[in-house]
Design a protein around this ligand. Structure first.
Ligand code: SF4
Length: 237
């Protein structure tokens, strides 16, 4: 393993970066622990900016109002989540897999519109997200309205913060949600940095286990430092 550290300016703020990655070829998800830390730092910056203008984040433990929304993740995050489930005790893993299967079956039976892409087809992406939400399908990791994988939750879950009442999150598209502006969305930066052509490959979280089971060839085309360099280039862009 090799460690590198530095600082990056995001607007008027400075974020500390630290990456510990394999020196040799590795899959993109080897970066995830440090990328998760970066996403959490960026979200904390956004939270601090909100506080400075006298507003408060209303998100808190026990409020899973947003956890029926469509959660976009990259293929690397899908493999990471599948590995998390594989590492659970067998009974627990079976329960989570069952929830994934049920959620996926419900979503697929609904014939949702084309999913679009957050970079290139925003209206379609938004419409897909709203249609998905109307299904009322809870995230398979949601338990008692709390996230059961909080420490390992997807990047985008770290970046969703609101100052509006929780009830507003139950009605996306109503115009009532006051979502906090995140200076840079790390989930999409990471997703672009690990794709072969820089485009943003993504899927709804409920597809993660199925995708990971069919993805038999791990992408080991780059070393850890090369992957960090690609991430930093994309972050700068
Ligand atoms: S992973 Fe956790 S925070 Fe994200 S939608 Fe699922 S339950 Fe909610």
């Amino acid at each position: 393993m090799i460690t590198g550290a530095g600082r990056v300016r995001i607007g008027e703020d400075t974020v500390q970066l630290k990456f510990t990655v394999p020196e040799d070829a590795c899959p993109p998800e080897a970066l995830l622990p440090d990328v998760q830390a970066l996403a959490s730092q960026v979200a904390a910056l956004a939270e601090e900016r909100v506080r400075r203008v006298g507003r408060r984040i209303s998100c808190k433990a026990g409020c899973g109002a947003c956890c029926r929304q469509m959660v976009p993740i990259s293929p690397a995050e899908a493999r990471h989540l599948a590995a998390l489930v594989d590492a659970l005790p067998p009974e627990r893993a079976a329960e989570i897999r069952k929830r994934f299967n049920e959620a996926l079956a419900t979503i697929e039976a609904a014939s949702l519109p084309s999913r679009g892409n957050p970079d290139t087809e925003k209206p379609a992406y938004r419409e897909f997200g709203l249609s998905y939400f109307r299904m009322g399908v809870a995230c398979p990791f949601l338990e008692k309205e709390s996230c059961s994988i909080h420490r390992d939750r997807p990047l985008v879950c770290r970046e969703y913060l609101v100052t509006s009442p929780p009830a507003a999150c139950a009605e996306p598209g109503s115009g009532q949600i006051r979502q906090v502006n995140i200076p840079v969305t790390v989930w999409s930066v990471f997703g672009r940095s690990v794709s072969a052509d820089g485009s943003l490959e993504w899927m709804p979280l409920v597809e993660a286990l199925r995708y990971a089971a069919s993805d038999t060839k791990a992408d080991r085309g780059k070393t850890g430092p090369e992957r960090v360099a690609a991430l930093l280039r994309e972050l700068e862009r």
